[in-house]
Design a protein around this ligand. Structure first.
Ligand code: HEC
Length: 225
């Protein structure tokens, strides 16, 4: 009886211990086994994938882009600096009047001959009153370098336009200090327009060293009077 009690009590206690051991071992086993499995599974697939993608993406571009950057860089900077040079020069040329254009293509040699030809209808030649190789007065003003003075006589008139007007309508502008009635008024009846343009072309060629306004007293002719 006593043994049976002990046996039953001992058996109960053994069962109790067995249950405790089982529960404890089960709890400890879950706690230790679960963490290592989860960490390994999560870390192994993510890290290698990112490392492979980054390595393959950064390596090829840097290797291929390095050589071409040397050649294209100087070309774009060199072309813009040369293009900015604008062309405003063609527009600076003044518009030529019809008289300017005509005189430019006329026969100055024929004009020189007409300049020296005596005309009965005028009772003069141009050269009777005008020196072609001097600025000194001979009844009329000397015509050496007349092109320069003619360009400044009347505002808005070109040199050729002024000289043409001086021949066909000399009273339209009178040179200071001269008699407006001295120069014959009938040259437009004596000479054709084209002949007058020849004379203007000739007068435009009369260029040389000034012999009245030259500050250098070079012995040329009698300077006084
Ligand atoms: C009888 C003299 C005389 C004759 C001939 C004469 N001129 Fe004149 N000419 C003058 C006088 C004087 C002037 C200045 C007064 C004036 O402006 O009208 C003058 C002015 C001029 C001027 C302006 C000069 C200036 O400095 O602005 C021109 C150009 C000119 N003559 C060209 C001619 C030509 C070309 C002929 C021939 C086709 C000619 N002359 C015949 C006396 C003459």
């Amino acid at each position: 009886m006593n043994l049976g009690r002990w046996e039953s009590a001992n058996c109960r206690q053994m069962l109790r211990w067995a249950l405790i051991v089982f529960v404890v071992s089960a709890l400890v086993g879950c706690g230790t086994l679960a963490p290592p499995v989860m960490q390994q599974a999560a870390s192994t697939p993510v890290v290698p994938a990112e490392a492979v993608v980054d390595a393959t993406a950064t390596l090829p571009p840097t290797a291929t882009s390095a050589p071409p950057t040397d050649t294209p860089m100087p070309a774009p900077t060199a072309t813009p600096t040369t293009e900015p040079t604008v062309t405003p020069e063609p527009t600076s040329a003044p518009a030529l009047s019809p008289i300017d254009r005509l005189v430019a293509v006329r026969d100055a040699e024929n004009g020189a001959a007409l300049f020296a030809t005596f005309q009965d209808a005028a009772n003069y030649s141009c050269s009777n009153c005008h020196l072609p190789d001097s600025e000194k007065t001979n009844l009329g003003p000397g015509l050496l370098n007349i092109k320069d003075r003619a360009a400044t006589r009347v505002e808005g008139m070109s040199a050729a336009e002024y000289i043409y007007q001086s021949i066909v309508d000399s009273k339209a502008y009178t040179v200071e200090g001269f008699d407006p009635d001295l120069m014959p008024q009938n040259w437009a009846e004596i000479y054709s327009d084209l002949e007058i343009f020849d004379i203007v072309a000739y007068l435009m060629t009369l260029e040389g060293r000034s012999d009245i306004n030259d500050p250098d007293p070079t012995p040329k002719d009698e300077e006084s009077d």
